[in-house]
Design a protein around this ligand. Structure first.
Ligand code: SF4
Ligand code: SF4
Length: 426
């Protein structure tokens, strides 16, 4: 066991291997406020990678309706219950302890999946991470409870911000290509590895013997067993696209986003690569859109950071959902994130325009200031009023080679066709 630093927990934690980090890390931000639950992402992934025999229950990308839906069923409720059982009443945060750039959410005082396994034996010796292997029934019905709402005020039927009494939201998920992957830590064959060039976590199919320890240990349940090959499989981060190897999409070797990201009609997704130094710290790079949203503004939060794997999937939390539920899911940064998103300042509003405007991975953005085009009062979650100022700024995104990949304005341009020129002109 080694000691590693987990910035999402604001402290050191125990992990199977010593610190060892990639140069770049695959990461993504999903804006839950915009997801329409269309499952286009799910099908884009399925039709690319998991359409073969033995992969029927394998959904590397899925979209579940919270709070009741889940794939496999109740995966998160089960994990939270297991951790609570190991550490009754102790799964808490101290949001102020050591708070700073390397501990933006204060300090987690509870036990991670690794720490909760301490002193326990598994089938292959000391247990690396607590977990469980979902039953066949739990892997059925990836869409179970879709669009089912929770009614926290029976019959009242209120739908008024800041929190709706009847609510649900769509949670799109894939492997988080974690910094400290529980799947990797638990594999007795050392068949799982994290790529040094982009942090993508892969299972070496030639080494895997199907012991399924990764399925047990991944707290997000994103490793899957395939019976007809006797091996486990997981999301591969569409690595040929990240490498810029698709001859049609990347004629000059530009890295492009994954299939699930680029297919999203809700425009909720932005994926990228962030630079990591040898200690595992994110290299200060506020002009990288992901760095800006995650580390600079903290408007996008990790999913269940308390599990301890340091996931690299981040979410802008939904505005209408009761805060205790969101804080359990995303940690103590929820209020600050929703406050910013409710009334974004000029720069944040510009960067939010970059979601799904190009397939190329954006490594840098620049903003060209435009005229003020309006202002409007905004009711904040605490009931106060702020003024939303609207500037028609232009945001420019640059690719890996620092070439312009996209240029987009805050105001969507309106183009009027000349009457009489086209058959459908008004
Ligand atoms: S989400 Fe699960 S499968 Fe993916 S890297 Fe993390 S622990 Fe491994
Ligand atoms: S494609 Fe986008 S909008 Fe549709 S379900 Fe997936 S994440 Fe949500």
């Amino acid at each position: 066991m080694s000691k590693v630093y987990n910035w999402q927990l604001g402290r050191d934690m125990r992990f199977t291997f010593p610190e060892s980090h990639p140069q770049w890390q695959f990461a993504f931000v999903f804006n839950i406020n915009r997801c329409i639950g269309c499952q286009t992402c799910t099908m884009a992934c399925k039709s690319t990678w998991t359409f073969s025999e033995g992969q029927e229950q394998m959904w590397w990308n899925n979209v579940e309706t919270k709070p009741f839906g889940g794939y496999p069923q109740h995966w998160d409720a089960k994990l939270l219950a297991m951790l609570e059982q190991r550490n009754p009443g102790g799964q808490t945060w101290d949001p102020q302890e050591g708070k700073g750039h390397e501990a933006p959410f204060g300090q987690f005082r509870g036990k991670t999946v690794f720490e909760a396994a301490e002193g326990q034996l598994g089938p292959d010796g000391p247990l690396e991470a607590i977990g469980y292997n979902p039953t066949e029934a739990e892997w059925n019905g990836p869409n179970i409870f879709e669009d089912h709402a929770k009614d926290t005020a029976r019959g009242a039927g209120q739908a008024v911000l800041p929190e709706h009494k009847i609510w649900y939201f769509y949670l799109a998920r894939l492997c988080n290509h974690c910094t400290y992957p529980a799947c990797l830590a638990s594999c007795p064959r050392q068949a799982i590895y994290k790529r040094p060039e982009d942090g993508i976590v892969l299972i070496d199919q030639s080494r895997c013997r199907g012991y399924q320890r990764c399925v047990d240990a991944c707290p997000y349940k994103k490793a899957h067993y395939r019976e007809n090959t006797g091996t486990s499989e997981k999301c591969i981060g569409c690595y040929p696209r990240i490498e810029g190897k698709d001859p049609e999409l990347s004629p000059n070797g530009e890295p492009v986003e994954t299939r699930c990201m680029t297919s999203c009609p809700g425009r909720i997704r932005l994926q990228g690569l962030v630079r990591i130094d040898e200690d595992g710290k994110w290299v200060h790079d506020p002009q990288n859109p992901l760095y800006f949203l995650i580390r600079e503004r903290k408007v996008a939060l990790p999913l269940y950071p308390q599990f301890g794997t340091e996931p690299n999937g981040f979410y802008i939390p939904p505005r209408w959902v009761p805060r205790p539920y969101l804080e359990q899911m995303f940690g103590p940064g929820v209020k600050e994130a929703i406050d910013q998103y409710t009334c974004p300042d000029r720069e944040l509003l510009a960067v939010l325009q970059l979601f799904r405007v190009t397939q190329q991975i954006l490594f840098r953005y620049e903003i060209v200031k435009g005229p003020k085009v309006g202002e409007a009062p905004v009711r904040m979650p605490d009931g106060s009023t702020k003024t939303q100022e609207l500037y028609n700024d232009t945001v420019i995104g640059y690719n890996k080679f620092d070439r312009e990949a996209i240029r987009v304005t805050v105001m969507e341009p309106v183009v009027e066709r000349e009457p009489g020129t086209y058959a459908n002109s008004i």
